[in-house]
Structures are given as C-alpha cells and as structure tokens.
Design a protein around this ligand. Structure first.
Ligand code: SF4
Length: 446
C-alpha cells in the first residue's frame, strides 16, 4: 500500500516564500503519523511538507493524509478535492478538522478529530479490511507512553534548521480565549515517561534538541524531573514555556544546567488589561523586564510573541510595544494579530458582537485582521503591526536589543536577520496572494 502524508502551507510559509528554509524546524505530526501505521500494512510511506518543498501533483498513492490548521484549510481542501478526483482516498486531521469536522468532511473521505494515537492505526486496519468509517474521534483516554519514535528518516533533512524535534509533554493547562489548541484537543496534559524522552535524545547523537510542545511547564513537577534528567546529556535545547517560568528560580536553574539556550514565550501584550481580555492571567506585564534579565543571566535567549488587536488597545500600542521590547531586550520579538479561530471563546464573543469580517480561512494566519477591532480600524491594526515589525527589526533597534552581545550570538544574530527579511516582505502578502490556490488544478466533477 502506498501512503502519502501532506502538510500544506499558507502563502507566507511555503517553500520559496518569505521565510527562508533555515527558519523552519521539522514538524512532528507527519513523522508521528507515519510511525503509527501498523507494520502489517507494509506501507510505502512518503511525506510532503510544503514548508520544505513543493507538493507534486502527480503523487502516486492509494491513501493520502492531510494535516490541516485553520490558515491552511482552503489549500488543504483544494489538494484533497484534486487528489480525490484522481481516485486517491483522502483522510484529514489536525486542529481545524477537529474543530469543524463537518466542513472537512465535504472534502475528505475520512476525518479525524482530536489526537490520533488509537484512531489512526484503527483506520488503517479498517481500510485494509475494506470497511472504514467517515469519522474517527479520538477520546482523551489514551497515553503517549511507549509511543513509537517519529519516522525522521522520511524527511529531507537539508530543508530544516533541525530535524531533532522531540515531544515530551502534550497539552496545556491554561485557557487563553484565542488559543486553538485547547479548543481542538481539550485540556488534558499527556506526559511521556522521562526515561523515554532521555533515550530518544541519546539516540539522536546530536547536541541540539528542539521541543515543539506548546507548554513545557504545563506540569512543573514533570518539567523539573525531565530537565534534571537531561543535565548529564550535555545537549543544548530550545522550547516553549509561559512567562510563569520567570517566578521560578528552581526551574530556571534546572533549565540552565540542562542546556536550555532559548525559550519561546507568549507575552501577548504590554498591558494587563489586554491579558485579562484574552484570559492569559499567567502573564504579569510588570515582571517582563525582570524575567528577561533573569533568563539572560542564565544564558537563555527569548523569542517573545505579541498579539495586537485586543479590545483595550488603540493605535498607540504599536510604538509603545516596540519601546517595551527594546527596554526588555527581547532577543527575537514576533508580532501577530489576535485571531479568532473557530470554536474558541474569542470567536464566539466576536461572532456574538457581529465583528467577524473575514470568512476565508486562508486569512486566519495570525498576520491579517479578520475582525473589526474596537479602538482602531482593521487597516490601522494591520499597518500598525507592519510598523512594529519594521521598527523592531531596523538595524539600530536590533543593535539596541542585542547589544552587548549575550550568550549564543550564533543563534540570535541569524534569527534576527531572518526575521528582518520577513519584516521587510510582510506587506506583500495581500488578500489576493493569501487566498490564491490557482497552482492546484480544480478537481473534475466526482
Ligand atoms: S498558554 Fe499557550 S498553549 Fe496554553 S492555552 Fe494559552 S496560548 Fe494556548
């Protein structure tokens, strides 16, 4: 059986798009799915990740899986329609189909909701027996203990900044109103046994590890256990946490000792009112400078993410945020626009208020405004975000943020230059560009 696994990408992230290939790490979804295919299927598996290369239109497969987030949904549907018209059975899963399975079912033969640890192997067995369901819904009652290792050998290593992506903990304990992750997968937190994570890292025979988990400190005791066990490995790692790490000296110390070199933190806003608006009470804006100082003192760089467009924000927020980012010396700032993903609390609120103005999911890429902001216009929000990018990544302001050079300039300088390129090109991604899937043939009538 031939199985093709696809990860279509939005216009900004497609290979040869505005991001250079060096800014992408190898995602885990498709390599994990490949590992879940039962041996008895004797499958010939190929992976096509559109952030790392074009998806050929002449793929030869019996079965095709497509992973889909909201911003890529129209493109995923276009691929699904086209490949189904060529006689390939298409299944689809991911965040967006988990939230809107009926919509995905209009384009796929089979839809998966939630994670797929149990349902995906079951589907493959059902397919082999000639009878499968249209919907496979994974419940929360499963474990990621003994999970098979991702099939990294199926990726084109040269196309990624690293393929050493390792999962440790899945899920998040917080309830931010804009976040698609708990909306799609609920709130359980799944933990791999520490010894399994350590064994996987050892088997990589690499000094670099990236944890793509949405919140590495969703369970503090687990984080302490994991990173204490990693100290003897002498690796360098990066991952995602919340700003709660800033009030935890013990965690920061263990992070440093275990080789933490970089953390992604969702600061979201410089005002506490906006944190309340998005239900991100874990963030304390008056502690950001102190947090940055403590992380820098421990040799840890920070990618700090901000989302503009909360109801409390007016047009002064952009320059005030840039000033705050420079003052806190955030190593790699990243700006987005608050986006109401379907099935989130934010979406429900804005829908109730009649403020959703855009229905094409391709625009839900967190860089375009899809709703009517309260204290500014949509155009002011987009132009202000563009301004924040350009001011932050001007040569002078990059110097102010990065000087004096701290540890790991080999990491911070190339990433800043990559983001500077992105900041310079951001305005080119107009609605016409974002929504254009004309490179995928329109499917013949089925
Ligand atoms: S802390 Fe991060 S992952 Fe968790 S709900 Fe909030 S935005 Fe989502």
């Amino acid at each position: 059986m031939k199985i093709a696994l696809l990860a279509p990408a939005g216009a900004m992230h497609r290979y040869s798009g505005s991001f250079g290939k060096s800014l992408h790490y190898a995602p885990l979804t498709l390599t994990t799915l490949a590992a879940l295919i039962p041996e008895e299927a004797e499958a010939e598996i190929k992976i096509y990740d559109e952030t790392a290369g074009k998806i050929p239109l002449d793929i030869d497969a019996d079965l095709m899986g497509i992973t889909c987030i909201t911003g890529t949904a129209p493109r995923c549907y276009a691929y699904a329609d086209y490949f189904r018209s060529r006689g390939i059975t298409v299944f689809m899963g991911g965040v967006h189909p988990s939230m809107l399975p009926d919509e995905a079912a209009q384009h796929a033969d089979v839809v998966f909701t939630g994670f797929s640890e149990q349902t995906f192997p079951q589907f493959i067995r059902d397919y082999m027996s000639g009878s499968y369901k249209k919907l496979y819904a994974q419940n929360c009652d499963f474990s990621i203990e003994n999970k098979p290792l991702p099939r990294r050998e199926l990726l084109n290593k040269k196309r990624y900044i690293t393929i050493n992506t390792v999962e440790a903990i899945r899920g998040c304990c917080h309830r931010c109103s804009f976040c698609a992750y708990p909306a799609a997968f609920g709130h359980p937190v799944y933990k791999r046994p520490v010894k399994e994570v350590v064994a996987e890292i050892e088997a990589l025979h690499s000094r670099h590890v990236l944890f793509p988990d949405v919140n590495l400190i969703a369970d503090r005791a687990y984080a302490l256990e994991l990173f204490s066990a990693m100290i003897p490995l002498k690796v360098m790692w990066v991952g995602l946490v919340t700003s709660a790490v800033g009030i935890d000296d013990e965690l920061i110390t263990v992070f440093r000792k275990s080789g933490c070199k970089g953390l992604l933190i969702g600061f979201e806003s410089i005002t506490q009112e906006s944190q309340q608006y998005i239900h991100k009470g874990v963030n304390r804006v008056d502690g950001y400078v102190d947090l940055m100082n403590r992380l820098h003192d421990n040799g840890i760089l920070v990618q700090g993410c901000f989302a503009f467009g909360g109801d409390e924000e007016d047009t002064s927020v952009f320059e005030r945020t840039v000033e705050a980012v420079i003052k806190a010396k955030i190593d790699l700032p990243r700006y987005s626009i608050l986006t109401p993903f379907p099935r989130t609390e934010l979406y429900a609120q804005l829908e109730r208020e009649g403020r959703i103005t855009e229905r094409n999911w391709a625009m839900y890429d967190v860089q375009h405004c899809v709703f009517r902001p309260k204290k500014m216009t949509k155009e002011q929000l987009e132009e202000g975000t563009d301004l924040a990018w350009r001011l932050t990544y001007s040569t002078g302001n990059m110097m102010k943020r990065l000087m004096p050079l701290r540890s790991s300039p080999w990491l911070s300088i190339p990433l800043n230059l990559g983001y500077k390129g992105y900041a310079d090109k951001w305005h080119k991604f107009t609605r016409d560009v974002m929504c254009d899937n004309s490179d995928i043939p329109v499917a013949a009538e089925r």
